[in-house]
Write a protein that binds this ligand. Structure first.
Ligand SMILES: NC(=O)C1=CN([C@@H]2O[C@H](COP(=O)(O)OP(=O)(O)OC[C@H]3O[C@@H](n4cnc5c(N)ncnc54)[C@H](OP(=O)(O)O)[C@@H]3O)[C@@H](O)[C@H]2O)C=CC1
Ligand SMILES: CC(C)(CO)C(=O)C(=O)O
Length: 318
């Protein structure tokens, strides 16, 4: 398969770079200073076995992609950026192109399926960092990621088989799953810690707030009648496949990276905000995730420093 990685940041850059190193034709879609750096110097993939220069075509629009029958889109923008990316793809990509959503949260698949009949979902277990234009850092080695895949809303087919096989040959763990969204909902519960990690000073109060956000999330998903893979099954799937590199300092998750780069926005409305949405749809109050959304939105709106808020104050108000 040939790959168009739409959103060549932390996740897209690592997956695209890894597929390119394995010999696949990969086109990266990026923008701004990151795109300029990729065009000038190639994408720098900082992996556990060194820093690699990935020289592959890069563009900021699907209009410049050379589309072929065997091209697959890997959508790896943040969820709040997906509608613009999907509109660009709708305008310029073949209508029957497979669109594989490699995003956290559970919202991009439905948005993609509205426009593209062949929509797929990947559960992204891939800790990575993108803070510097042109550079993406994979946090785990020798296996940088677990990317299980399924068709949306359910099932598997020849495309899930082909993509999963390509990922496997490139050194990324991948299985096909009939129930990929149930696995992604478990990942969503994990990502209810993202806003806390991004917005609050680290410590016991922040840990408690994250735990309460996750408990509330589990209750809301259950009330919504949405199936979620159990925590035990998820742990068993992950096992010890992802090994953190010891040569890297621990930074922060993808939402912390948005605040640290000062992008002025974040994915929070699709992480803690997904619990808020499901709560509103099903009549369940969500005070903890409301507070996490509000805190993260405050910091993005005001340009406040990441991890500058006090989780103890929020806990006292709850
Ligand atoms: N980082 C991580 O460790 C993990 C992230 N994830 C998930 O993966 C998804 C991607 O996150 P991540 O890789 O961290 O995000 P990044 O911000 O690092 O990468 C997304 C890239 O897409 C670019 N982009 C967005 N919209 C467009 C557009 N319309 N045209 C061109 N380029 C565009 C962004 O540019 P710009 O910077 O200008 O916005 C950015 O370079 C998210 O859903 C996240 O939650 C999942 C697991 C781990
Ligand atoms: C699990 C985690 C925190 C891995 O980096 C992630 O999914 C994210 O950063 O969004």
């Amino acid at each position: 398969m040939r790959y168009v990685v739409y959103g060549a940041g932390a996740v897209g850059g690592v997956v695209g770079g890894t597929l390119a190193r394995a010999g696949h034709a990969v086109t990266l879609v990026a923008r701004g200073a990151h795109l300029e750096a990729i065009r000038a110097e190639g994408l720098v993939l900082d992996a556990g076995d060194g820093r690699h220069r990935i020289d592959t075509p890069a563009t900021d629009t699907a209009a410049e992609v050379r589309w072929t029958d065997d091209t697959v889109v890997l959508l790896a923008v943040k969820s709040h950026q997906a509608s613009v990316a999907l509109a660009d793809l709708r305008a310029h990509a073949p209508a029957d192109v497979p669109v594989v959503c490699a995003t956290n949260g559970i919202a991009t698949e439905a948005a993609a399926l509205r426009l593209f009949a062949r929509t797929y979902a990947v559960c992204v277990m891939l800790p990575a960092t993108h803070l510097e234009p042109g550079v993406v850092v994979a946090s785990c080695h020798p296996t940088p990621a677990i990317l299980d895949i399924g068709r949306f809303p359910g099932g598997t087919d020849e495309t899930t088989a082909a993509v999963s096989a390509d990922l496997g040959v490139a050194g990324i763990a991948s299985e096909e799953r009939d129930d990929i969204m149930a696995l992604k909902r478990r990942k969503l519960v994990m990502n209810l810690g993202n806003g806390v990690d991004a917005s609050f000073a680290q410590g016991e109060a922040a840990d408690e707030l994250a735990q309460r956000a996750q408990e509330e999330g589990e209750q809301v998903l259950a009330a919504a009648g949405l199936t979620v893979v159990t925590a035990a099954e998820d742990r068993a799937r992950r096992g010890s496949i992802l090994q953190r590199r010891t040569d890297l300092e621990r930074r922060g998750g993808s939402t912390w990276q948005s605040l640290t780069r000062g992008t002025g926005d974040s994915e929070i409305d699709y992480l803690a905000g997904e619990v808020v949405l499901q709560g509103r749809l099903h009549g369940v109050p969500t005070p903890v995730n409301d507070a996490v959304v509000a805190a993260t939105r405050l910091l993005t709106a005001t340009g406040g420093a990441p991890r500058s808020l006090d989780a103890g104050e929020v806990l006292a108000r709850l």
